[in-house]
Ligand binder design. Structure first.
Ligand code: SF4
Length: 169
């Protein structure tokens, strides 16, 4: 309960909410495991070399970290290596736009860049999305407040999840 009271809703938490509620709980309770080092290295390399001329990893309030911002065209960018959990990526970027609006910064759009797939996904924030995110944040607070992690359910993403050993081995 104490944790929920001083909760910062990070972009990663919003992402995990859409991927797996159990993952969200484990992450929010600072339970972590080393991910496969090759996966981590690939992610860093893609981000570093695909967009090397831009300012990267813009940390706002230690709550959201935007991969890079195109200020001229008012676009925030998120770089991902795979689109396997695209819905979660989209909501993460919608949350960045929502968070910026709450800070008085409006008029931005989002873009998810998949350099390895040569794919770009545009992201915008609607009124409906704002209402959904209000509810998502409330639900995140409720999940994080639980005494124990939510029950595990096997899904395709489990095999590439850093908690796989913890949940299933
Ligand atoms: S391994 Fe599967 S059930 Fe466990 S936290 Fe990851 S996604 Fe959730």
């Amino acid at each position: 309960m104490e944790l929920a009271r001083k909760l910062k809703y990070t972009g990663t938490m919003v992402n995990y909410y859409f991927v797996c509620k159990r993952k969200l709980w484990l992450f929010s309770h600072n339970i972590s495991f080393e991910q496969d080092s090759d996966v981590v290295t690939l992610g860093k390399l893609l981000s570093e070399f695909s967009y090397r001329r831009e300012d990267k990893e813009i940390d706002i309030d230690q709550t959201i970290v935007i991969d890079w911002i195109d200020f001229r065209n008012k676009v925030i960018h998120e770089v991902k290596k795979s689109d396997a959990i695209e819905e979660a990526h989209i909501w993460q970027v919608k949350y960045y736009l929502y968070y910026l609006e709450k800070k008085g910064v409006s008029g931005f759009k989002g873009e998810i860049n998949y350099p390895k797939l040569h794919k770009i996904q545009q992201v915008a924030l609607s009124d409906e999305d704002r209402k959904t995110l209000d509810n998502v944040l409330e639900e995140i607070k409720n999940i994080v407040s639980l005494e124990n992690p939510p029950t595990k359910f096997k899904k395709p993403i489990c095999k590439s999840c850093s908690y796989f050993q913890f949940c299933w081995v």
